[in-house]
Design a binder for this molecule. Structure first.
Ligand code: ADP
Length: 266
C-alpha cells in the first residue's frame, strides 16, 4: 500500500539535488558546509536543528534567494534546465505572513498570478479556489487586519500555492502561532500536501512538529551548519490526533530528539 504521494518517487530522479553545498557570508560566517541532499518529488522533508545551524540559508539557496559559495543545486526532476527556470515552480512561506495590508485576502493570493499577467477573471477564480482549499471560503474580502494570525498564515500558504508549484519551501511558518492553531494548521497542511502532491520542505526547530509532518527529517548542527542525520519517519498517512498520542509517535520523537541532542553537542 502506498503510504504517501511520494512513495513511488523516492527512488527515482530527485526533484532537487544538492551537492557539496557550502555558504560563507562576507563577514566570514560559514552558514552551511558540505551539504549533500536529494529531495524526491512529492516528499515531505523537515530540516530540523537549533537556531543558527543554517536551515534558513539552505532553504533560501534552494529557492534561488542567494547562491552557494561552492557546490551545486540542480533540479534534475523538474523537467527544466537550470536553477533560474525552476524558480517559477516553487512557493515560499516565511515565518511572517508578509501580506499586503492594503489588499484583501483575495487580492493578496492573486498577486503571483497578476505578476504573471494571468487574465483578471481567471486569477480571481484560481485565488478563490485556493482560499477555499486553505479553509478561508467566505473571507475573500477580508483585510489582513481583520484576520487572526492563523488565518493570515493560511492566506500566505494560499498565495504560495496558487501557481501550483512543484515545491513548497516553508521557513518556520507556524512558529509564532499558539499550539492549538499550530496543530490545526499542521493537519490542514498535510491534507493540502496529500491532495496537491507538491514536494514540501519544512524548516522547524520543533521535534514534535517535524515528526508529525514529515516522511524524512534532516537533522542539522551549527557552527558550521551541516547535516548530522537523515531520519526516515515511516508512519503512514493520513496522520491525525490518534497518531499524535500514539506510542509510535512518542518513540519517533525520542529518536529525533536524541539526534537533535547529538547535533547540539557536536
Ligand atoms: P537557522 O535558520 O538555522 O537559524 P541561518 O541560516 O539563519 O540559521 O543562519 C546560519 C548562520 O549564518 C548563523 O550564524 C547566522 O548568524 C549566519 N547568517 C545568516 N545570514 C547571514 C548574513 N546575511 N550575513 C552574515 N551571517 C549570516
Amino acid at each position: 500500500m502506498s503510504t504517501s504521494p511520494a512513495a513511488d518517487n523516492r527512488s527515482g530522479t530527485p526533484l532537487v539535488s544538492i551537492r557539496r553545498v557550502s555558504k560563507q557570508f562576507a563577514n566570514g560566517t560559514i552558514a552551511v558546509r558540505d551539504v549533500d541532499l536529494d529531495l524526491g518529488a512529492g516528499e515531505f522533508v523537515s530540516l530540523l536543528g537549533p537556531s543558527g545551524c543554517g536551515k534558513s540559508t539552505l532553504l533560501r539557496m534552494i529557492a534561488g534567494l542567494g547562491s552557494p559559495s561552492t557546490g551545486t543545486i540542480d533540479w534534475p526532476g523538474s523537467g527544466q534546465e537550470g536553477q533560474g527556470k525552476a524558480e517559477r515552480d516553487l512557493g515560499f512561506v516565511f515565518q511572517d505572513p508578509t501580506l499586503m495590508p492594503w489588499a484583501n485576502a483575495l487580492s493578496n493570493v492573486m498577486l503571483p498570478l497578476v505578476l504573471k499577467h494571468v487574465p483578471r477573471r481567471e486569477a480571481e477564480g484560481r485565488a478563490a479556489e485556493m482560499l477555499a482549499l486553505v479553509g478561508l471560503k467566505g473571507f475573500e474580502t477580508s483585510y489582513p487586519r481583520e484576520l487572526s494570525g492563523g488565518m493570515k498564515m493560511r492566506v500566505s500558504i494560499a498565495r504560495a500555492l496558487v501557481m501550483r508549484p512543484k515545491i513548497l519551501l516553508m521557513d518556520e511558518p507556524f512558529a509564532a502561532l499558539d499550539e492549538i492553531t499550530r496543530h490545526r494548521l499542521n493537519d490542514d497542511l498535510l491534507n493540502l500536501w496529500w491532495r496537491e502532491r507538491f514536494t514540501a520542505v519544512f524548516v522547524t526547530h520543533s521535534v514534535f512538529e517535524s515528526v508529525y509532518l514529515s516522511q524524512r527529517i534532516v537533522v542539522m548542527a551549527a557552527r558550521p551548519g551541516r547535516v548530522m542525520a537523515d531520519l526516515d519517519v515511516s508512519a503512514p498517512y493520513p496522520r491525525d490526533e490518534l497518531f499524535r498520542t500514539s506510542p509510535e509517535y512518542a518513540h519517533l520523537c525520542r529518536l529525533a530528539s536524541g539526534k537533535l541532542k547529538e547535533a547540539i553537542g557536536a
